[in-house]
Design a binder for this molecule. Sequence first.
Ligand code: INI
Length: 153
Amino acid sequence: MNTLEGNMILSGARIAIVAARFNDFIVDRLVGGAVDTLKRHGASDDELTLVRVPGAWELPLAVDKLAATGDYAAVIALGCVIRGGTPHFEYVCSAATKGVAEAQSKHQLPIAFGLLTCDSIDQAVERAGAKAGNKGVEAASAVIEMVNLCSQL
Ligand code: INI
Protein backbone atom coordinates (compact mmCIF):
# COMPACT_ATOMS: atom_id res chain seq x y z
CA MET A 1 0.00 0.00 0.00
CA ASN A 2 1.28 3.48 -0.82
CA THR A 3 0.75 5.91 2.01
CA LEU A 4 1.23 9.63 1.53
CA GLU A 5 1.48 11.84 4.57
CA GLY A 6 3.07 15.16 5.39
CA ASN A 7 5.95 15.32 7.81
CA MET A 8 6.11 17.88 10.59
CA ILE A 9 9.24 19.76 9.51
CA LEU A 10 9.04 23.26 8.05
CA SER A 11 11.76 24.25 5.64
CA GLY A 12 11.56 27.52 3.74
CA ALA A 13 7.75 27.73 3.87
CA ARG A 14 6.29 31.22 4.30
CA ILE A 15 3.17 31.14 6.43
CA ALA A 16 0.64 33.89 7.14
CA ILE A 17 -1.47 34.06 10.28
CA VAL A 18 -4.68 36.12 10.19
CA ALA A 19 -5.90 36.95 13.68
CA ALA A 20 -9.05 38.77 14.78
CA ARG A 21 -8.72 41.54 17.38
CA PHE A 22 -12.20 40.81 18.82
CA ASN A 23 -11.83 38.82 22.06
CA ASP A 24 -8.10 39.49 21.90
CA PHE A 25 -7.52 38.09 25.38
CA ILE A 26 -8.33 34.69 23.86
CA VAL A 27 -7.07 35.18 20.30
CA ASP A 28 -3.63 36.34 21.48
CA ARG A 29 -3.24 32.97 23.24
CA LEU A 30 -4.07 31.21 19.95
CA VAL A 31 -1.54 33.37 18.09
CA GLY A 32 1.11 32.56 20.71
CA GLY A 33 0.43 28.84 20.42
CA ALA A 34 0.53 28.93 16.61
CA VAL A 35 3.76 30.94 16.40
CA ASP A 36 5.48 28.78 19.02
CA THR A 37 4.47 25.60 17.15
CA LEU A 38 5.61 26.91 13.74
CA LYS A 39 8.99 27.96 15.17
CA ARG A 40 9.53 24.71 17.03
CA HIS A 41 8.93 22.87 13.74
CA GLY A 42 11.52 24.90 11.83
CA ALA A 43 10.00 28.24 10.80
CA SER A 44 12.15 31.35 11.11
CA ASP A 45 10.78 34.76 12.13
CA ASP A 46 11.16 36.21 8.65
CA GLU A 47 9.03 33.39 7.16
CA LEU A 48 6.05 34.31 9.37
CA THR A 49 3.61 37.17 8.73
CA LEU A 50 0.91 38.21 11.20
CA VAL A 51 -2.12 40.07 9.83
CA ARG A 52 -4.68 41.59 12.22
CA VAL A 53 -8.35 42.04 11.28
CA PRO A 54 -11.17 43.55 13.38
CA GLY A 55 -13.24 40.41 13.92
CA ALA A 56 -14.10 36.94 12.66
CA TRP A 57 -16.33 38.44 9.97
CA GLU A 58 -13.24 39.97 8.35
CA LEU A 59 -11.16 36.75 8.37
CA PRO A 60 -12.25 35.45 4.92
CA LEU A 61 -11.34 38.61 3.00
CA ALA A 62 -7.84 38.81 4.48
CA VAL A 63 -7.30 35.05 4.05
CA ASP A 64 -8.44 35.25 0.42
CA LYS A 65 -6.18 38.19 -0.39
CA LEU A 66 -3.13 36.60 1.26
CA ALA A 67 -3.73 33.31 -0.55
CA ALA A 68 -4.08 35.18 -3.87
CA THR A 69 -0.59 36.71 -3.53
CA GLY A 70 1.01 33.31 -4.10
CA ASP A 71 3.63 34.28 -1.51
CA TYR A 72 2.53 31.83 1.18
CA ALA A 73 2.58 28.05 1.50
CA ALA A 74 -0.33 28.22 3.96
CA VAL A 75 -2.56 30.58 5.93
CA ILE A 76 -3.83 30.15 9.49
CA ALA A 77 -7.10 31.89 10.42
CA LEU A 78 -7.52 32.57 14.15
CA GLY A 79 -10.41 34.13 16.00
CA CYS A 80 -12.97 33.66 18.73
CA VAL A 81 -16.72 34.16 18.57
CA ILE A 82 -18.67 33.94 21.81
CA ARG A 83 -22.45 33.50 21.74
CA GLY A 84 -24.47 36.48 22.91
CA GLY A 85 -28.17 37.08 23.33
CA THR A 86 -28.98 37.63 19.64
CA PRO A 87 -28.54 35.64 16.40
CA HIS A 88 -25.43 37.71 15.55
CA PHE A 89 -23.21 34.77 16.65
CA GLU A 90 -24.72 32.42 14.03
CA TYR A 91 -24.28 34.92 11.19
CA VAL A 92 -20.65 35.72 12.04
CA CYS A 93 -19.70 32.05 12.56
CA SER A 94 -21.40 30.88 9.43
CA ALA A 95 -19.91 33.62 7.20
CA ALA A 96 -16.41 33.12 8.61
CA THR A 97 -16.57 29.34 8.26
CA LYS A 98 -17.94 29.43 4.72
CA GLY A 99 -15.58 32.20 3.61
CA VAL A 100 -12.43 30.50 4.89
CA ALA A 101 -13.49 27.15 3.38
CA GLU A 102 -14.17 28.84 0.04
CA ALA A 103 -10.74 30.51 0.04
CA GLN A 104 -9.10 27.14 0.64
CA SER A 105 -10.94 25.56 -2.31
CA LYS A 106 -10.46 28.56 -4.58
CA HIS A 107 -6.71 28.89 -4.02
CA GLN A 108 -5.94 25.18 -3.41
CA LEU A 109 -3.81 26.21 -0.46
CA PRO A 110 -3.80 24.78 3.07
CA ILE A 111 -5.81 27.16 5.24
CA ALA A 112 -6.20 26.18 8.87
CA PHE A 113 -9.44 27.04 10.62
CA GLY A 114 -8.60 28.17 14.13
CA LEU A 115 -11.84 29.99 14.88
CA LEU A 116 -13.31 29.21 18.30
CA THR A 117 -17.11 29.23 18.23
CA CYS A 118 -18.09 29.08 21.88
CA ASP A 119 -21.21 29.26 24.00
CA SER A 120 -19.34 30.90 26.87
CA ILE A 121 -16.09 32.61 27.85
CA ASP A 122 -15.23 29.51 29.88
CA GLN A 123 -15.36 27.35 26.75
CA ALA A 124 -13.07 29.81 24.97
CA VAL A 125 -10.55 29.87 27.84
CA GLU A 126 -10.50 26.05 27.88
CA ARG A 127 -9.52 26.03 24.18
CA ALA A 128 -6.92 28.79 24.43
CA GLY A 129 -4.30 26.96 26.46
CA ALA A 130 -6.27 25.40 29.31
CA LYS A 131 -7.90 21.99 29.70
CA ALA A 132 -9.01 21.58 26.07
CA GLY A 133 -5.57 22.46 24.71
CA ASN A 134 -4.72 25.38 22.47
CA LYS A 135 -6.51 25.51 19.11
CA GLY A 136 -3.77 27.78 17.73
CA VAL A 137 -1.29 24.94 18.27
CA GLU A 138 -3.66 22.52 16.52
CA ALA A 139 -4.17 24.88 13.59
CA ALA A 140 -0.41 25.38 13.15
CA SER A 141 0.24 21.62 13.36
CA ALA A 142 -2.40 21.03 10.70
CA VAL A 143 -0.84 23.47 8.24
CA ILE A 144 2.67 22.08 8.77
CA GLU A 145 1.38 18.61 7.88
CA MET A 146 -0.72 19.87 4.96
CA VAL A 147 2.08 21.99 3.44
CA ASN A 148 4.26 18.89 3.35
CA LEU A 149 1.46 16.63 2.15
CA CYS A 150 0.45 19.03 -0.64
CA SER A 151 3.99 19.05 -1.99
CA GLN A 152 3.51 15.31 -2.67
CA LEU A 153 -0.03 15.41 -4.13
N1 INI B 1 -16.32 39.18 16.10
C1 INI B 1 -15.58 38.21 16.69
O1 INI B 1 -14.48 37.89 16.20
N2 INI B 1 -16.04 37.56 17.79
C2 INI B 1 -17.26 37.88 18.36
O2 INI B 1 -17.62 37.25 19.39
C3 INI B 1 -18.03 38.89 17.76
N3 INI B 1 -19.31 39.25 18.34
O3 INI B 1 -19.74 38.63 19.31
O4 INI B 1 -19.98 40.16 17.88
C4 INI B 1 -17.54 39.54 16.61
N4 INI B 1 -18.24 40.53 16.00
C5 INI B 1 -17.61 41.48 15.13
C6 INI B 1 -17.58 41.03 13.69
O5 INI B 1 -16.67 39.95 13.50
C7 INI B 1 -17.13 42.17 12.78
O6 INI B 1 -15.82 42.57 13.09
C8 INI B 1 -18.05 43.41 12.87
O7 INI B 1 -19.39 43.02 12.63
C9 INI B 1 -17.65 44.48 11.83
O8 INI B 1 -17.73 43.99 10.50
